[in-house]
Design a protein around this ligand. Sequence first.
Ligand code: 5GP
Ligand code: ZN
Length: 135
Amino acid sequence: MDCIFCKIIAAEIPCFRLYEDEDTLAFMDINPASEGHALVIPKEHFPDVHVVSDAAIASTVVTAKKIASAINKTLNPDGMNLLQCNGPAAAQSVLHFHMHVLPRRDGDELKLNWGLAPGDMDAIGELAERIRENL
Ligand code: 5GP
Ligand code: ZN
C-alpha cells in the first residue's frame, strides 16, 4: 500500500521515533507547526475517523496522552492541542488516521491549516531524544 505512515511503521522510511507499543507508534513531525510537534498513529491502517476501529482510536488517544505528558515535561509549553484532521477541507494530507500533539506558546497565532514547511532535522532529532527521556 502506498501509505507514508505504513512505510514508517514498517521502517521502510526513517522517523524520529518517540514511543512504540503493540498497537501504536509516536514520532516527530518533520514539518513541525510548532517546536515539539509530534504524531501518534495506530499501526493498523485506517484512512480517517469515519472508518477507524474503536480499538485503534482508543489506543491512539492513550498514546497521545502519554506523548503530550512527555512533551509537557520536556518543553513546558503554555498550552497544547491534540488535533485530528479528516478530509481535504480539514487539511488532512496523509490518509492514515493520526493525531497531532501540538505544543502551543502564548501568542503564537498558529493557524489550523498551517501549511507544511520542513523543520531542522538536527534540532528535531535532538528534541526527540529529550522527549524520550521524559516518557
Ligand atoms: P495532516 O495534514 O494529514 O493532518 O498531517 C499529516 C502530517 O504528517 C503533517 O503534519 C506532515 O508534516 C506529516 N508528515 C508527512 N510526511 C511525513 C514524513 O515522511 N515523516 C514525518 N515524520 N511526518 C510526515
Ligand atoms: Zn497507512
